[in-house]
Design a protein around this ligand. Sequence first.
Ligand SMILES: Cc1cc2nc3c(=O)[nH]c(=O)nc-3n(C[C@H](O)[C@H](O)[C@H](O)COP(=O)(O)O)c2cc1C
Length: 191
Amino acid sequence: MRNSPIEIFEEWFKEELHLTEVRIPTAVCLSTHGTDEFPNARFVSLKEIINDAFIITGPLNSLKGIEIARDNHVALTFWWTETERQIRVQGIARKISEKLADKYFHERDLNSKIVSSICEQGKETKDRKLLEQEMQQRASSKEMVDRPKNWGGYSIDPVRMEFMEFRETRFHDRKLFELENGKWRGKQIQP
Ligand SMILES: Cc1cc2nc3c(=O)[nH]c(=O)nc-3n(C[C@H](O)[C@H](O)[C@H](O)COP(=O)(O)O)c2cc1C
């Protein structure tokens, strides 16, 4: 069995990207430990893998940010429909540097930058129309948008990764990798 789960991830991702026509193939479900003890999950976009860590971005003070600040044990779950594969990752999330946050913010399109700048993600709004007007006004002004101080990202260092190849018969192929003393150990697990 190959012993680098990151290499397997990259190979599988490449194979899916080659086949898929979905608009956001980087979508991944991020699960956190909710402050009310319920698990909490939402989709985010995987930006890239740096030094074997999964990078995601967004506001740092929305619910997920609050939850990660309290408990940085998180999970990422991918389901790729073309290759019919699921990948589960559990790992430790740490904030990325300001420099890296600047890089990712710079890559966003103007609308996304404006939304990050005028909205407080997850807070109640009494008037969505007002926000929409502000959005249009800022978009038509074409003014540069600076990265808000609360916008950044997380680098997630995996400690456990499971690769599953879905099989019509339900006799799925599952391989589990766990980090032990800095080394990945892999084993085949039952469907
Ligand atoms: C396909 C998809 C991709 C998304 N990508 C991101 C992302 O990269 N970062 C982000 O903060 N929210 C992203 N969102 C929005 C999140 O699902 C979520 O609504 C938002 O982050 C607020 O979550 P929170 O209240 O738990 O912090 C995405 C949603 C979808 C459906």
